[in-house]
Design a binder for this molecule. Structure first.
Ligand code: HAM
Length: 435
C-alpha cells in the first residue's frame, strides 16, 4: 500500500515550529488589544457568490485559485449550494458586519482574525495552498469616521509597531492610492489607450489583462515588459481632488508619527475591492520572490457590492507562514527550552519527582508556573544528563538524600555549575537561571 502524505501545498507544523507560531500570535493579540480591536471568527467556507462579488470575478484568486464544490442537498428542505473554502477573510468579515447589523451600533468596528485561508496556487517557498493570515479590519458608518484618512494612518502605524515588536527589522512599507470608484473609469480608459499600441509586444498575461482587468498589467513582473509599463500613465495623475487630499492626509500623518514609507505608483493589489489607499510591507530575508509579508488597503464600496449598507473600511492581512520564514532566516527564533529537567534517581523516586514537577509547574504567589520536563527513574544518570541537556536549561537531581533533606542538587548547563538548593527556593532559583 502506498503511504499517505499531506496534500501538496499543505504542511504539518510540528512542536519545533509551533512555539514560534504561538509567540507571533500572542504578540499580535497583545498589539491588537492595545489598539482596542476585538477578535472575530468567521466560517472557513462561505457561499461562492461572496467571493465572486466581493473579491471580483476577474481576479486570479476567483478565476483560478478557489477550492469550490457543489454541496448537494441532503433533504428536500435544503438547496444545493456552491460553496468555497475562504481564499481570504475580508469578504467574510464584511458579510458578518452586514448580517449582524453591526453598522446600526453607530460605532466603528475594529475586528481582527487569525486563521487558515486556501488558494490553489503553484506551491513554492512562502506560497502554500493552505496558509495562515493574521488580519484586521476597521469598518463602520461614515458618521463613525470610517472614511477618515486617520483610520489608514492608525492601521499603518499599528503594523509598524507590530512588526517591530515581532523583532522584524528591515521591513519596507509601500504605499499608493488607487483612487475612488469614480476616479477609476477615467484612469482605466487612459490605460487602455496607452496599452493599445504596445500590448502586442507584451506577455500573454498582459495581453489578456489589457482586456479583462487593465489595472493588473501594472503588477506584471516579466522583465521584458517593464519598459512598457514604466511608460504607462500613473494613477496618481488621475485622482480627483478628494482622493488626492485623502492620500496627502494619510502621508502627512505617517510623517508626523515617524512611520517611514515609499510611494509605489504600481501598487494596485490583486483584489478588486480596493479604493484609495493600498499598501504592502515587504521584507527580503528568506522569502525570495514571495517577499510581501502583508498587504491591504481601503475598500469603501465592498459592503454595498455584497448587498450591505454604505460602510467604508480599511484593513490588512499578513501571511503568518512568511513571518515565520523571515524570523527563522534572521535567526531570531530560538527553540524554547524547559526551565528544568527533573531526574529521579531510581524508580522509587518517580512519584516524588512527579510531585516536585507538579509543584513547579503550578503558578503560586503571583509567580507563573515553570516549564518542566519530567525524566524517568529507570534512566542511568548519564542518560538523564544527556536527555536534559537537549530540552532544558537545568537538571534537578532527586535521589533519596535530596528527598529526605529537602536540599536538591541542580546543575545549570549554561553556567556549568552544580549547586545545592533548598526546595522552597527552587522555583525562584530556576527562574533566575533562565533569565
Ligand atoms: P493578499 O495580498 O491576497 O490580501 O494576502 C495578504 C497576505 O497573505 C500576503 O501579503 C501574503 O503574505 C499572504 N499570502 C497570500 N497568499 C499566500 C499563499 N498562497 N501562501 C502564503 N501566504 C500567502 C488579502 O488577503 C486581503 N484580504 C488583505 C486585506 C484585508 N485587505 C483589506 N483587508
Amino acid at each position: 500500500m502506498s503511504t499517505l502524505k499531506a496534500v501538496r501545498g499543505t504542511r504539518d507544523l510540528l512542536p519545533s515550529e509551533t512555539g514560534l507560531w504561538n509567540r507571533i500570535e500572542a504578540t499580535a493579540r497583545s498589539v491588537f488589544e492595545r489598539y482596542n480591536f476585538g477578535e472575530i471568527r468567521t466560517p472557513i467556507f462561505e457561499d461562492t457568490a461572496l467571493f465572486a462579488r466581493g473579491v471580483g470575478e476577474e481576479t486570479d484568486i476567483v478565476s483560478k485559485e478557489m477550492y469550490t464544490w457543489e454541496d448537494r442537498a441532503r433533504a428536500q428542505s435544503e438547496k444545493t449550494q456552491m460553496l468555497t473554502l475562504r481564499p481570504e477573510n475580508t469578504a467574510g468579515v464584511v458579510r458578518a458586519y452586514i448580517e449582524h447589523k453591526l453598522g446600526e451600533t453607530g460605532q466603528l468596528q475594529k475586528l481582527y482574525y487569525i486563521g487558515p485561508q486556501f488558494r490553489r496556487e503553484r506551491p513554492q517557498k512562502g506560497r502554500y495552498r493552505q496558509f495562515s493570515q493574521i488580519g484586521a479590519e476597521v469598518i463602520g458608518p461614515v458618521s463613525a469616521g470610517s472614511e477618515s484618512p486617520m483610520r489608514d494612518a492608525e492601521v499603518l502605524e499599528m503594523l509598524a509597531t507590530l512588526l517591530d515588536e515581532l523583532g522584524i527589522s528591515g521591513w519596507v512599507l509601500k504605499l499608493n492610492s488607487v483612487g475612488s470608484a469614480s476616479d477609476r473609469p477615467a484612469y482605466i480608459a487612459k490605460l487602455k489607450t496607452a496599452l493599445e499600441p504596445v500590448v502586442g509586444q507584451m506577455c500573454v498575461d498582459c495581453q489578456r489583462r489589457a482586456v479583462t482587468n487593465p489595472l493588473r498589467v501594472l503588477d506584471c513582473k516579466v522583465p521584458e515588459d517593464q519598459p512598457f509599463i514604466d511608460a504607462l500613465p500613473k494613477i496618481a495623475d488621475s485622482l480627483d481632488e478628494a482622493s488626492r487630499a485623502h492620500f496627502a492626509a494619510v502621508c502627512a500623518a505617517l510623517d508626523t508619527a515617524g512611520v517611514p514609507y515609499i510611494r509605489d505608483h504600481r501598487l494596485v493589489r490583486g483584489l478588486d475591492y480596493y479604493t484609495r489607499t493600498t499598501f504592502e510591507f515587504t521584507h527580503d530575508a528568506g522569502l525570495g520572490t514571495q517577499n510581501a509579508l502583508l498587504g491591504g488597503g481601503r475598500y469603501d464600496g465592498l459592503s454595498e457590492l455584497i448587498g450591505g449598507p454604505k460602510a467604508p473600511g480599511i484593513g490588512f492581512a499578513m501571511g503568518e507562514d512568511r513571518l515565520v520564514l523571515t524570523l527563522l532566516e534572521s535567526q531570531q527564533a530560538k527553540p524554547a527550552l524547559a526551565e528544568a529537567y527533573i531526574a529521579p534517581l531510581g524508580e522509587t523516586q518517580n512519584a516524588a519527582a512527579l510531585e516536585l514537577a507538579r509543584e513547579l509547574r503550578r503558578s503560586s504567589a503571583g509567580r507563573p508556573g515553570l516549564r518542566i520536563e519530567l525524566g524517568d527513574g529507570s534512566f542511568r544518570l548519564k542518560k538523564s544528563f544527556e536527555a536534559a541537556d537537549k530540552v532544558a536549561r537545568a537538571i534537578v537531581l532527586l535521589g533519596e538524600d535530596e528527598a529526605s533533606s529537602g536540599i536538591l542538587t541542580v546543575k545549570v548547563f549554561a553556567a556549568g555549575v552544580q549547586s545545592k538548593v533548598p526546595r522552597s527556593d527552587l522555583a525562584a532559583f530556576l527562574m533566575a537561571a533562565a533569565t
